[in-house]
Design a protein around this ligand. Structure first.
Ligand code: PAF
Length: 280
């Protein structure tokens, strides 16, 4: 089993050589395991952090209900060859308290998409990731592409605040019907679970329409969602760094939709045709 450390001092004493970090909030599934397996050969010490970060949940969101499965998580970390599990308390991570503390301003990219729905979310995410980078001092940190805006912002933070951590994104791991793996999928009822498969189907339809240009992509994706009765919070096509999509270049198609209680996110790369092909 990996060594479990709870404090910064224990962490420092147990880490040696180069360090790879996979930050998580626990409730680990195969998607997390793929991040650990990717990270394992990258460094001498592989650290997985398990911390349900209160500052990225707004009042009324599912902080208290967020699944906590520590014993199963340890088992999965063990199977993936993790050396250290860093599982700090809230007090260890936020010694100055949750509100009267220094935070990271995530900038304008945090006001669109997820940030438009959850205005305080990315401040909380970047603040805790900056703290984890400072505590663990990783050479490399590995995140899933499923939370694409989060990955983009963490990359920007590491670069713009000169944190010296290489931020790597790994492809989304999917259920056999295409649903992106997520700790929140366990909240879906059987009928919601069936409807949720429309989200990844919509992305695939968007990719197929890629050669015909941006409008065709959004039309094809939107139709799959509408046919399944899924009303997206957003369905957008952007450049890979979340700017405006450019015909003839690779774009990113991002979707968020509530299916029953859980809000599901997914995204994929879409090679776009040139403007000449649009509307064909
Ligand atoms: O993606 C997550 O699980 C969380 O947002 C992260 C990056 C571990 C920060 O709490």
């Amino acid at each position: 089993m990996p060594t479990v450390v709870r404090t910064a001092a224990e962490l420092r004493a147990a880490t040696s050589g180069t360090v790879a970090l996979v930050p998580t909030m626990g409730a680990l599934h195969d998607g997390h395991v793929s991040l650990m397996e990717y990270a394992r050969p990258l460094a001498d010490t592989l650290v997985v952090s398990i911390f349900v970060n209160p500052t990225q949940f707004a009042p009324g969101e599912d902080l208290d209900a967020y699944p906590r499965t520590f014993d199963e998580d340890l088992q999965r970390c063990d199977e993936a060859g993790v050396d250290l599990v860093f599982a700090p308390s809230v007090e260890e991570m936020y010694p100055a308290g949750l509100s009267d503390t220094v935070t990271v301003d995530p900038g304008p990219l945090a006001t669109i998409l997820e940030g438009a729905q959850r205005p305080t979310h990315f401040r909380g995410v970047l603040t805790v990731v900056a703290k984890l980078f400072g505590l663990v001092r990783p050479d490399v940190a590995v995140f899933g592409e499923k939370d694409y805006q989060q990955l983009t912002l963490i990359r920007l933070m590491s670069r713009e605040l000169c944190l010296g951590v290489e931020v790597v994104g790994c492809p989304t791991v999917r259920e056999p019907d295409g649903l992106a793996m997520s700790s929140r999928n366990r909240y879906l009822s059987a009928t919601e679970r069936e409807r949720a498969a429309a989200i990844s189907a919509a992305l695939r339809a968007g990719v197929d329409a890629g050669p015909d240009g941006p409008e065709a992509v959004l039309h094809a994706s939107g139709k799959v969602l509408a046919d399944a009765g899924v009303d997206p919070d957003y369905l957008v096509l952007t450049s890979p760094d979340l700017g405006p999509a450019q015909p003839g270049r690779e774009a990113r198609l991002l979707v968020a939709a509530r299916v029953g209680q859980p809000r599901l996110l997914d995204n994929c790369a879409v090679p776009l045709g040139t403007a000449k092909n649009q509307g064909k």
